[in-house]
Write a protein that binds this ligand. Structure first.
Ligand code: SF4
Length: 188
């Protein structure tokens, strides 16, 4: 059970308490933020964005042997509108960089980025004029997965790390009410 969720057992004087077992109802107290974070973290939909050899390992991660579906992330989407995590799998050329940025911008908030492999994270063996020396020069990266290529297990571990991060940042987003006339935040 996540740390943020507390279980409170309601009882009155007529409810006998026997060890850890109590008669009566269980009430789970949590915040909407925490529930949203749990839902988001456990149903990440990656954007199909294979750029080079690392993409083969990314595809393997969703196949039967590694079964990314166990972590709720097997639904790779071809449209940025339907994805919330971009996995940059492979070297990023300078020609491709503006395209990557545009696709990132088209993804709805909240969104995250995983940089998969040495090339995406730092240029790798391609220390030359044609390759961006780190995808974080173009988009904000949340998790770096090292290796050349990283194994499917390594990518899954990176996704698990991203899930931990999403659960921790549950307070990052808040629901606010706006005054329709002034567009200012309403104090409740
Ligand atoms: S890190 Fe290795 S496997 Fe991945 S794109 Fe670069 S050269 Fe290919």
């Amino acid at each position: 059970m996540p740390r943020r969720i507390e279980t409170v057992v309601l009882h009155d004087s007529t409810t006998p308490i026997i060890g850890d077992v109590q008669k009566g109802g269980n009430v789970i107290l949590t915040t909407v933020d925490s529930l949203l974070a749990q839902a988001r973290a456990n149903s990440l939909w990656p954007l199909t964005f294979g750029l080079a050899c690392c993409a083969i390992e990314m595809m393997s991660a969703s196949a039967a042997r590694f079964d990314l579906a166990r972590f709720g992330s097997e639904a790779f989407r071809a449209s940025p509108r339907q994805a919330d995590v971009m996995i940059i799998a492979g070297r990023l050329s300078k020609k491709m960089a503006p395209v990557l940025r545009q696709i990132y911008d088209q993804m709805p908030e909240p969104k995250w980025v995983i940089s998969m492999g040495a090339c995406a994270s730092s240029g790798g063996v391609y220390n030359n004029y044609a390759i961006v020396q780190g995808a974080d020069q173009v988009v904000p990266v949340d998790v770096y997965v090292p290796g050349c290529p990283p194994s499917p297990d390594a990518l899954i571990y990176g996704i698990m790390k991203l899930q931990e991060k999403i659960k921790k940042e549950s307070g990052r987003y808040k629901i606010i009410e706006l005054n329709p006339r002034t567009n200012e935040e309403v104090t409740v």
